[in-house]
Design a protein around this ligand. Structure first.
Ligand code: ADP
Ligand code: MG
Ligand code: MG
Length: 902
């Protein structure tokens, strides 16, 4: 019989760390912590397989499948804790927690204190000798269970939680302000009123039977796997729905039993910067999510952290010591124990740990540990530090790098000079580094109101996820470094300033008041997530520094890679940027972009509109020097590396003027009538230009264009050679579908080259190849290889033609296809390995069957997308080519591809 429930407790566990698929991350690590001697309250995990049963066969089938095992497991927890479910003198209380393979906001919130009812509350009161504590726990439980399990949490953002409303009115009645001012009798009253509210809203009385409570909560966890927030999170993170979530049921420990109790979260290293320093936050006399909820200002765990915090927050040493002391100061013994636990956990998992702990009456308990989420910068620093500290080896260090996350390090930060002039409105906590500038929005679901928005909230919650993802940055008025906003933003690599206490937010009026100024929705602000500064208006940004640890990771990548990485660049500047990022050559230089600037477009238009060869040659002669000097610039910027120049590709219609004044100007310049211009433009119009007169079809109709381009390339290379610069041109013919097309163009190019060589009395080597971007080219790649020194897969067109989706029109239906799950990814972003990938694979195999040394690369958008880069490695490409800012990402992806190949 299948085993669906895994118990843990007292240094024993049925599960272990590597069982994450079955037990979820939280469950697997709770088990593992038991096994390595870390104190963890006993409990059990219901496996992810049960979630699948629940979703496929329904609730009854799932409950029936696990009932006997759950009953046995509860009995074990009772035995280990010496308590009994629902008991009047010694009740067993548990938490019910969701836990998927990967940590996932949007899942069900944890229910604490489950098992409480009118009898059990007496038992807790007796046991703790603290009646108020018992009733406060009961009050919290009814509220949490009502909100989370019975679905009473308000749907709309303006509505207020029914339980909060009841508390507010009781506070008013009693003339008190804080939750902590409630008397025991008040709390008793609240429990009664809460239960009445449950009956009124749900039509059912609050379940008093602990077993009924437990099953309700377990099923609610399974239900939450399919809620909108969880589905959205899975979508943006590519997590399959089939994984399911596990459920953890665990004996309660109480951080709210008085001044010798506390709760907190900690990181074994800094998740923002990567610095190797133990850090975290705690609250005395608090429970569960009080620290992350941003309700009270949490205190720092270490003395060092506390001092740093005080400096940032502008708190002087006396005030810090008296009001915000560190755990190291308030509970030195527990602190020492916690410190050794974090060291033990980091040593054990060999990665930065994010842990949750609770201190109950002077005893430390760990409630969770996991590999901590981190910013891109921290990811790089921690990997390099752990490598240098001898904790992990080179391969592991590289495997710790998520290529896409490097993006954060490559993007602009605020210009220091601009920052000096900026008006700082407020200072919050540097919750997630980076720079963001945008227009204020106050509601997450309105984050797309402006092109760049900054989400401003009192605090965020899991419902805000989608909006947080859209916004450029996040500012919260409340909450610490481990608040929801901070943790989620770091995970997303999004700039975030949290806990900017001087910011007053009025959701109704849609304003924020700070430093005596009232800012409206739509006003610009800028956030510095690295310093916590909130500035007025737009602040200029500047490019980041890519030395240090980043460079070390890049060197590591080169050590383990097989493919090389080139860039797509059309200007010397882009080529230089890419070279700075480590590009080894240009995989695609599009010449058409060179025709638009200034005077060139005129000559280009004359050329296009020319009636005779003579006229055309005349305008081509005007274009030649422009092209030659562009190529000189690019070849020089990439000296020593190959530069693949693609000959003219787009339909000519794209170059002619489409407005009247430009048409008139052109008519004047050329000395012909407007009518003649208009009729020529009409001639060039096509029904389907993407499948029309473009690519090599142009060069075949007008060989003089090809000849001019070839001449410009060869002359440029020879000119550089004369200056001692190593130019390595690779001439690429676009849109070839038959070998005859390639032969035709190759002849023009070779003849032109010979002409130039004899004129100059010098030669250079150059390569001549083609793009493989028409399915027929892939299908006949063996034939085409005969004429080609290299292939470059143009996967943008190849995707377009293989799917039959016009790239320019796909925007109308692709989003729907993605929504309905007809496509898993946008095939123009993520290479369709099953379809288009077959053509790539076939193209490589056929090409090399005829010419084993054929050089093969890819130059579509896919060349910088990690999963596509992995695929390119697997089919044996020599290089990938991508836009300059993707080069580091592609370098790491290429190395990972090679490393993970079995
Ligand atoms: P999340 O996945 O959102 O972190 P958790 O299941 O970890 O949710 O629980 C939320 C909070 O409740 C955490 O602070 C955790 O430490 C606390 N908690 C969970 N179970 C217990 C328990 N058995 N005793 C005390 N606190 C608990
Ligand atoms: Mg939670
Ligand atoms: Mg947790």
């Amino acid at each position: 019989m299948a085993k669906y429930v895994y118990t843990f407790g007292n240094g024993k566990a049925e599960g272990k760390a590597d069982m994450k698929n079955l037990l979820g991350g939280k469950g697997a690590n709770l088990a593992e912590m038991n096994l390595i001697g870390v104190p963890v309250p006993p409990g059990f995990t219901i496996t992810t397989e049960v979630c699948t049963i629940y979703n496929e066969q329904g609730k009854d089938a799932a409950v029936a499948a696990i009932k006997p095992e759950v009953e046995k497991a509860v009995a074990l927890v009772e035995e280990l804790t010496g308590t009994k479910f629902g008991d009047k003198t010694n009740p067993c209380l548990v938490s019910v927690r969701s836990g998927a393979r990967v940590s996932m906001p949007g899942m069900m919130d944890t229910v604490l204190n489950l098992g409480l009812n009118d009898l059990a509350v007496e038992g807790i009161s007796l046991k703790s000798g603290n009646e108020r504590f018992a009733w406060d726990s009961y009050r919290r439980f009814v509220q949490m269970y009502g909100d989370v399990v019975l679905g009473m949490k308000p749907e709309s953002k303006e509505d207020i939680d029914p339980f909060e409303a009841i508390m507010e009115s009781l506070k008013e009645e009693n003339g008190i302000e804080l939750d902590t001012d409630f008397s025991t009798d008040d709390l008793k009253k609240l429990v009664v009123q809460f239960k009445e509210a449950v009956l009124k809203v749900t039509g059912k009385s609050f379940p008093d039977d602990p077993w009924e409570q437990l099953w309700g909560a377990v099923c609610a966890v399974f239900d939450s796997w399919m809620n909108d927030r969880a589905i959205y999170y899975r979508k943006i993170n590519g997590i399959p729905a089939e994984w399911g979530t596990a459920v953890n049921v665990q004996a309660m420990v109480f951080g709210n039993m008085g001044e010798t109790s506390a709760t907190g979260v900690a990181f074994s290293r800094d998740a923002g910067t990567g610095e190797d320093i133990f850090n975290g936050e705690y609250l005395i006399n608090a429970q569960g999510e009080d620290v992350v909820a941003g309700i009270r200002t949490p205190q720092q765990i270490t003395l060092e952290g506390s001092k740093r915090w005080a400096e940032l927050a502008g708190v002087d040493e006396d005030l810090r010591k008296s009001h915000f002391p560190s755990l190291e100061e308030t509970m030195p013994k527990i602190y020492a124990e916690l410190n050794s636990v974090q060291e033990k956990l980091e040593d054990h998992y060999k990665d930065m740990q994010d842990l949750e702990f609770t201190i109950q009456d002077g005893k430390l308990w760990l409630l969770q540990t996991r590999n901590g989420k981190r910013t891109g910068a921290a990811m790089v620093k921690i990997a390099v530090d752990m490598l240098e500290q001898g904790i992990i080896d080179k391969k592991t260090a590289l495997l710790r790098i998520e290529p896409n996350k490097l993006d954060e390090l490559l993007h602009p930060v605020f210009d220091l000079e601009a920052m000096k002039r900026a008006v700082v409105l407020a200072k919050g906590l540097p919750a997630s580094p980076g720079a963001a500038t945008g227009q204020i929005v106050f509601f997450a679901d309105e984050a797309d109101k402006f092109k760049s928005s900054v989400l401003v909230r009192i605090e965020t919650s899991p419902e805000d996820l989608e909006g947080m993802n859209i916004a450029r940055g996040i500012l919260t008025a409340r909450g610490g470094m481990t608040s929801h906003a901070a943790v989620v933003a770091r995970g997303m690599g999004k700039c975030c300033v949290s806990g900017a206490g001087t910011v007053r937010i009025d959701y109704r009026a849609r304003t924020m008041t700070v430093a005596g100024k009232v800012l409206q929705e739509g006003d610009w602000i800028s956030l510095n997530g690295s310093t916590g500064e909130v500035c007025e208006g737009k602040v200029d940004t500047k490019n980041p520094d890519i030395g240090g640890d980043f460079a070390k990771i890049m060197d590591l990548a080169d050590e383990f890679t097989r493919m090389s990485v080139r860039t797509n660049a059309d200007t010397p500047h882009d080529a230089q940027v890419a070279r700075g990022f480590g590009a080894k050559g240009i995989g695609l230089c599009r010449t058409e972009h060179m025709f638009f600037e200034g005077e060139r477009i005129k000559a280009m238009r004359e050329m296009i509109l020319a009636e005779t060869i003579e006229e055309r040659e005349k305008s081509l002669a005007k274009l030649l020097p422009y092209q030659r000097s562009d190529f000189e610039g690019i070849f020089e910027a990439m000296a020593g590396y190959g530069v693949t120049v693609r000959l003219l590709d787009p339909p000519l219609h794209e170059f002619v003027p489409h407005n009247k004044s430009a048409q008139e100007e052109l008519a004047n310049d050329m000395g012909i009538t407007m009518d003649a211009i208009l009729s020529k433009i009409e001639d060039l119009a096509e029904f389907n230009p993407m499948l029309g007169h473009r690519g090599c079809r142009l060069g075949i109709t007008y060989p003089e264009i090809t000849a001019m381009q070839a001449r410009a390339i060869i002359e440029a290379a020879l000119n550089l050679k004369a200056k001692g610069i190593d130019a390595r041109p690779e001439i690429m013919i676009p849109l070839v579908g038959t070998i005859a097309e390639l032969k035709n163009q190759a002849t023009v190019i070779r003849d032109t080259a010979e002409e130039v060589f004899s004129e100059k009395g010098d030669r250079i080597d150059f390569l001549l190849g083609t793009m493989i971007e028409i399915p027929r080219a892939a299908l006949t790649a063996d034939l085409i290889a005969e004429e080609a020194d290299f292939f470059s897969f143009g996967t943008n067109d190849l995707t377009q033609m293989t799917f039959g989706y016009s790239r320019d029109d796909a925007g109308k239906f692709l989003p729907i296809y993605l929504d309905k799950g007809i496509l898993k990814n946008d095939p123009f972003q993520v290479l369709d390995q099953t379809g288009v990938g077959q053509l790539v694979k076939m193209g490589v195999e056929k090409g090399r069957s005829n010419k084993p040394k054929l050089k093969v690369g890819i130059c579509g958008e896919h060349g910088g997308e990690p999963s596509s880069v992995m695929f390119c490695d697997s089919v044996g490409l020599d290089y990938v080519s991508c836009s300059p800012y993707r080069v580091p990402i592609a370098r790491v992806a290429a190395a990972l591809a090679n490393l993970t190949k079995s």
